[in-house]
Design a protein around this ligand. Sequence first.
Ligand code: ZN
Length: 155
Amino acid sequence: MRIGHGYDVHKLVKERNLIIGGCKINYPLGLLGHSDADVLVHAIIDSLLGAAALCDIGNLFPDNDPNYKDANSLTLLKVVCEMIYNEGYSISNIDCTIIAQEPKLTHYIKFMQSNIANACNINESQINIKATTEEHLGFTGSLQGISAHAVCLLN
Ligand code: ZN
C-alpha cells in the first residue's frame, strides 16, 4: 500500500467561474488559474501522483502550456488515473477537505463525489469529500482564496 498527499490553493477573483470537484458553483467569484482552477481535483491529482512517486501536477501539465488553457481538470484526473493504473496500482480510497469560507458547498458534495468517482473509475464509496471553513481566519477566511487537501491510498 502507498499513501499520497496533495494540497492546492487558488485565488478568488471576479469574472471567473467557480469550479470545484467538476461542479460549477453558483457564486459571484471564481478561482484564478491557467486551467479551470479546480482546486479540489488538483489536490486529488497531486495525492495520486505522490502515492505513485510520479512527481506532481505542475510537472505533468505545465501552466504555460496552451494545451491546458481552461482545461477541464476532470479530464486531467482521468489521464492521471490511467497512468496510475498502468503502473499496476489501484485506488483504495481518496479522502479530501475543501477549505472555503464561502459559499456553502454541502449541496454540491454528492455531485463532486460522483464526478470524481467517474473520472477515476472507482465507486462513490471510495471517495469522501468534506468542506470546512477556517472561521474567518487567514486567506480562506478573508475570501482571498480557496484551498483543498487530499490523501489517497493506492494498493
Ligand atoms: Zn491548482
